[in-house]
Design a protein around this ligand. Structure first.
Ligand SMILES: Nc1ncnc2c1ncn2[C@@H]1O[C@H](COP(=O)(O)OP(=O)(O)O)[C@@H](O)[C@H]1O
Ligand SMILES: [Mg+2]
Length: 332
């Protein structure tokens, strides 16, 4: 996902720009998903059907065999057939999982290429406006420069996110846990979503007080994780948008909960939303943009701190994302 000077130049022709390579990647992934589904079907027919026949033979021989030797042979046939059946089931689950991942990856590639194209297209448009001298007064020039700043910021944050993801995926992100005050970490995360909060007109309710206990974490990573969860809460909340931030000490952990008044996460999706590239029904029904990587990153960061992340239902509606973070050993 590198943007080289060459690809930036290519953008001057929209048909050739970023669209070409991702669609090739996407076709490749679609093909892989189709092949995996075919292999899955083959495994079921080629190994599944004879295994079922073998199980039936095993049952018949065991049930009808009169001599001890026949019963032993029947049991052996059954044992062998059950071993093969276990193999078929495991292979089938793995193939299904791989096919799903390839499909999700393919959707991810087209979403990311689209998300990269949007700010790049705006940047090119504003640059052209300036180059052709269409911005005739200082006010319009300032507006163009403002927009250029905003769009490049957007591009940078998307690329940063992808690089962060790549580091987490390759397990090369290093965490330096240090003692820090939970209030500082929470305030920093809230600060990082402040402009988004204003843009979406969301009311944040802080249901915790000053003087929270110290936690032992890599502050930057935890701020990233909380920022992700807060961003989701802002995007998914329903008007009038409300987000609550709560804290509880549970054993040796500080639980930080972010609740919203959105549609919530249906029970059947509560595990899947932490998987990479997965986007749930709320994202589809409300047409919310995203990569499906946010919660996967949150989980990776929190797990690396020996903590956990879970999602629950909020009352009367919405979702609650709870992150548990290790408390620092002894009070300062
Ligand atoms: N606050 C929330 N309310 C409802 N659904 C949510 C919320 N946060 C996340 N989700 C669901 O979890 C999915 C995965 O979230 P995430 O990993 O952040 O990816 P993205 O936001 O890019 O779709 C979303 O597509 C959405 O279905
Ligand atoms: Mg998200």
């Amino acid at each position: 996902m590198q943007i080289s000077d060459e690809s930036a130049l290519e953008l001057s022709s929209p048909e050739q720009g970023l669209e070409a390579p991702p669609s090739v990647v996407r076709r490749g992934l679609d093909l892989r998903s189709r092949r995996l589904r075919t292999t899955h079907r083959l495994v079921l027919y080629v190994a599944g059907v004879p295994t079922l026949a073998l199980i039936s033979v095993g049952i018949i021989v065991t049930a009808t065999g009169s001599a001890a030797r026949e019963v032993v042979i029947g049991v052996l046939i059954l044992g062998m057939a059950l071993t093969v059946a276990t193999g078929v089931v495991v292979t089938s689950i793995l193939l299904q999982r791989e096919a799903r991942l390839a499909r999700l990856q393919s959707e991810f590639v087209s979403r990311v290429s689209h998300d990269l194209r949007t700010p790049l297209t705006s940047i090119r448009m504003f640059v052209e406006t300036l180059q052709l001298g269409r911005a005739q007064d200082p006010e319009t020039t300032a507006e163009c420069l403002d927009a250029l700043g905003r769009e490049s910021e957007r591009l940078l944050s998307l690329v940063d996110r992808l690089l962060d993801w790549a580091r987490i995926e390759s397990a090369s992100r290093l965490y330096e846990a240090r003692r820090c005050t939970a209030n500082t970490v929470l305030d920093e995360a809230l600060q990082s979503v402040d402009s988004l909060r204003r843009q979406y007109d969301v009311t944040f309710v802080k249901e915790y007080t000053e003087g929270l206990p110290d936690i032992e974490v890599d502050a930057k990573a935890i701020v990233d994780a909380l920022t992700n969860v807060l961003q989701n809460a802002v995007y998914y909340a329903d008007a009038p948008r409300m987000v609550w931030i709560r804290t509880h000490v549970v054993g040796a952990m500080l639980e930080v909960a972010v609740a919203d008044n959105g549609p919530g996460v249906p029970e059947r999706e509560r595990k899947k939303i932490f998987e990479k590239f997965y986007r749930g029904s709320a994202a589809r029904s409300q047409g919310i943009k995203g990569t499906g990587l946010g919660l996967t990153m949150v989980r990776a960061i929190v797990n690396a701190h020996r903590g956990e992340v879970r999602v629950e239902a909020n009352e009367p509606r919405g979702s609650v994302f709870v992150l548990s973070l290790p408390l620092a050993d002894t009070p300062r």
